[in-house]
Every structure is written in structure tokens, then in C-alpha cells.
Ligand binder design. Structure first.
Ligand code: HEM
Length: 217
């Protein structure tokens, strides 16, 4: 792949972490949905026979949590809210209409992506805590039954909430052309970087290119 005119957006380890987590997430989410909606019971077979699905679901859930925490550590500094995020909110209609006239001062991630990031991290944490509390094989016996029932409710609500957030995330990935390619190959075009993340482009991409052009070859 000729990367001369491309900008590296996501490093290999981060992409590996993201896509491994996505594979585990879908298996956990589909088996979870299969127990929540009886008519979708057949979805549980993604993890094999019912007993096997019951056994694997919590372990895969913990894997999703661990991988998401790795992403959290790697990406958290790009997802802290800054003053310029207000500009993005003020131009939300233009953003949704895909109009790119104004400079929106967007860094590595825009304000919408940051909200999604924190939503995902909060819900997966709630899923982990409530999931451990309802895990019959190891922990549920340490909690009174009403507490386990509450944890089950919290687990279902957080699971559905996370699935809805992820559907929004996938929709936005398809809507913003070039971003899924960026998460697969790691690279985006220079025009894409300038159009969608103008502040990052001006503060980091351009200076890095200028200094490497000045270096003797
Ligand atoms: C088919 C499913 C998915 C697709 C196509 C997809 C696509 C993407 C893309 C394109 C990016 C990079 C965005 C950019 O460079 O601006 C990204 C980042 C990310 N994705 Fe996904 N994703 C999927 C599933 C998931 C799932 C299931 C989760 C978590 C439950 C998730 C969590 C994240 C996070 C945390 C980031 C980093 C965003 C940030 O730091 O603000 N993704 N994804």
C-alpha cells in the first residue's frame, strides 16, 4: 500500500484491539439478546448449544471489558472535552448535513465521538459490575436475592443501551465515508483528515510533515 499521500490515523495495535473487541462484542450481544427476547432465542446458537452459551457469555463479556479498558487508556486523552467542542455543538446541523464550510476546530475526535466514548466506557463498566453480581457460578450467592434482581435489571438496561449506542456508532462510521477504511487500514487521506479533524491536521499532521520534509534524505 502506497502511504505517501496518506495520514496514519490509528495504529496497528489499536486497530487489532478494536476489531478483536468487536468480534467478542457481537457474540456477547447476540447471546444476551437471545435470552432477553424469547422469540430471538435462536441467536444464542452463535455461542453453541445453550449450556455452552451460558458458560462463554460472561468470559467473553470480561474480554470485551478488558479490551475496551485498553482502548480507554490509549484514547482517553483524545476524548477529554475541550472549549472548542462548543463550536461543534453550535454547528451540529451543518455536521449532520455533511456541510464543511466552517472550521470546527476538531481535534482527534469530535464532540459526538467523545460522548459516545464516555457512554461506551460507562455502560461497559456497569455491565461488568452487574454481570459479576448475577454470575451464578461464582458470585451471585454472595448477594441477597433482591440485590441480584436489581443487578439483573441494570445488566439488561445497560446491555440494550450499549447495543443502541454501538448501532449509532456503526451508522456514523458508514455515514462519514473513509472512517471505516481508516479503522481497517489505519490510514486516511489528507483531505479526509483536513475536512473532519481540522485542528488535529493543523496542529499535528502539517508540522510533522513539514519537519520530515526539512530533514536531509
Ligand atoms: C461493525 C462494528 C463497528 C464498526 C464498523 C466500527 C467502526 C469504528 C471506526 C471507523 C472508528 C474510528 C473513528 C475515527 O477514526 O474517527 C471506531 C472507533 C472506536 N470504536 Fe468502533 N466500530 C464498530 C464496533 C464497535 C464496538 C462494538 C465498540 C464498543 C462496544 C466500539 C468502540 C469504539 C471506540 C471506543 C472507538 C474509539 C473512538 C474514540 O476514542 O472516541 N466500536 N470504530
Amino acid at each position: 500500500m502506497d502511504t505517501k499521500n496518506l495520514v496514519l490515523r490509528t495504529k496497528f495495535m489499536d486497530r487489532l484491539c478494536h476489531w478483536t473487541m468487536v468480534a467478542c462484542f457481537f457474540l456477547v450481544a447476540l447471546s444476551g439478546i437471545s435470552w432477553f427476547f424469547p422469540s430471538l432465542n435462536w441467536l444464542g446458537y452463535v455461542l453453541g448449544p445453550p449450556q455452552m452459551a451460558r458458560l462463554l457469555h460472561p468470559f467473553l463479556g470480561i474480554t470485551v471489558f478488558v479490551l475496551l479498558m485498553c482502548m480507554c487508556v490509549r484514547f482517553v486523552h483524545h476524548n477529554l472535552f475541550v472549549r472548542t467542542d462548543i463550536t461543534w455543538f453550535r454547528h451540529i446541523v451543518d455536521v449532520l448535513m455533511n456541510k464543511h464550510g466552517e472550521k470546527l476546530q476538531i481535534g482527534k475526535y469530535n464532540a459526538g465521538q467523545k460522548i459516545l466514548f464516555w457512554g461506551i466506557m460507562s455502560l461497559i463498566s456497569l455491565l461488568l459490575v452487574s454481570g459479576l453480581m448475577i454470575w451464578r457460578a461464582y458470585f451471585a450467592m454472595y448477594f441477597p436475592i433482591p440485590v441480584v434482581r436489581l443487578a439483573l435489571l441494570a445488566h439488561s438496561v445497560a446491555g440494550l443501551g450499549l447495543i443502541l449506542l454501538v448501532l449509532g456508532h456503526i451508522y456514523m462510521g458508514i455515514w462519514v465515508r473513509g472512517s471505516i477504511g481508516g479503522m481497517v487500514t489505519g490510514y486516511v487521506s489528507r483531505a479526509w483528515a483536513r475536512q473532519h479533524h481540522d485542528r488535529l491536521y493543523e496542529e499535528e499532521v502539517l508540522p510533522a510533515e513539514t519537519s520530515s520534509a526539512k530533514r536531509p534524505h
